[in-house]
Design a protein around this ligand. Structure first.
Ligand SMILES: [Zn+2]
Length: 317
């Protein structure tokens, strides 16, 4: 039952949580501890969202276990955490320092004289262009889809599987945006801010909380939009590629929202292994079999598989 209080929480939760995370990140920068501050903020953010998922879930069925908790967390730690963390903090800091050394203070085209907030907005727009196409190509080019399918094989959305990415998929998603920003000479502070915002918004997009969004979904990648992106119907699923903002979906005609409830049954038409280590191997095996014109029957009928679920992939756009 929706009480007035819950209704208010539903409207203020997404912008309120993001605003609180931005304030905490700003405080971390002010204290000279942006990385440590990020992890503390993210921990509080994740615990808060988990409690909200228990209190006011969007989809009650998604509160049940899908048997993927271990795989989800391992993907997050190994693929998303280790690889993206390495790239976005250690590697990026090193590359940024190298870039800075090439021509400080005027390296590249980046407007370093702008206020930091404007530089972050510019960085978001620029990096999202690269990430939009990296994501869209992963849906439309079969070899990359096999890797991205590990993420889309989830049968429910909640914050724990927001980091479930095959490590190849994670690198493919992150590198183009970083490369573009570094090529333009963006400073480390901008890259660090974008990393933090990406983590907060990316986790929010997967949360199973009954939030309301209104006009926010025209600008940001909200859970409302991302639930369509996980639809098995590709007329709905091959949409909303933006990671944080929806600008490039508007430009390239893939923004999608409908005045009805997104599907509760999500996933992929292929069968996905249950275990983490098999999920790591699966895309390579699929790509190998396809490259050699072999049937996927053996893979899809093995006993340790989920699904497969039916989907009209022929209607892919
Ligand atoms: Zn996707």
């Amino acid at each position: 039952m929706t009480t007035p209080f819950r209704s208010i929480v539903a409207w203020v939760a997404w912008p309120g949580i993001l605003a609180a995370c931005i304030v905490a990140t700003q405080a971390s920068f002010a204290l000279g501890q942006p990385i440590a501050g990020f992890y503390v903020t993210y921990l509080a953010f994740a615990v808060g969202l988990l409690l909200l998922e228990r209190w006011m879930p969007h989809e009650q069925a998604w509160t049940q276990s899908d048997g993927q908790l271990g795989a989800d967390l391992t993907h997050t730690l190994v693929s998303n955490g280790a690889i993206q963390g390495l790239l976005m903090f250690s590697g990026m800091i090193g590359l940024s320092a190298a870039g800075t050394a090439l021509g400080e203070p005027n390296f590249g085209l980046w407007p370093r004289h702008w206020p930091l907030a404007l530089q972050i907005v510019l960085g978001l727009i620029v990096s999202e262009f690269a990430m939009y196409w990296a994501h869209r190509i992963a849906h439309e080019w079969t070899p990359l889809w096999h890797f991205h399918a590990v993420h889309h094989s989830v049968e429910k959305l909640w914050i724990v599987n927001s980091g479930r990415f095959h490590f190849v998929d994670a690198v493919k998603s992150v590198l183009p945006g970083i490369a573009l920003l570094l090529a333009l000479g963006a400073p480390m502070d901008v890259l660090t801010w974008l990393s933090a915002l990406g983590a907060f918004i990316g986790t929010l997009t997967h949360c199973n909380v009954a939030m309301r969004f209104g006009v926010l979904s025209a600008v940001f990648n909200t859970p409302e939009l991302h639930r369509w992106h996980h639809s098995m119907d590709l007329r709905e699923g091959n949409k909303n590629y933006g990671e944080n903002i929806m600008l490039w979906d508007w430009v390239f005609g893939t923004w999608f929202n409908a005045n009805r409830r997104p599907p509760a049954t999500i996933g992929i038409p292929e069968a996905m292994p249950v275990r983490f280590r098999d999920q790591i191997v699966w895309p390579f095996r699929r790509a190998f079999r396809e490259a050699h014109g072999m049937s996927a029957t053996v893979v899809e009928t093995a006993p340790d598989l989920r699904g497969p679920r039916l989907c009209e992939r022929s209607e892919a756009i």
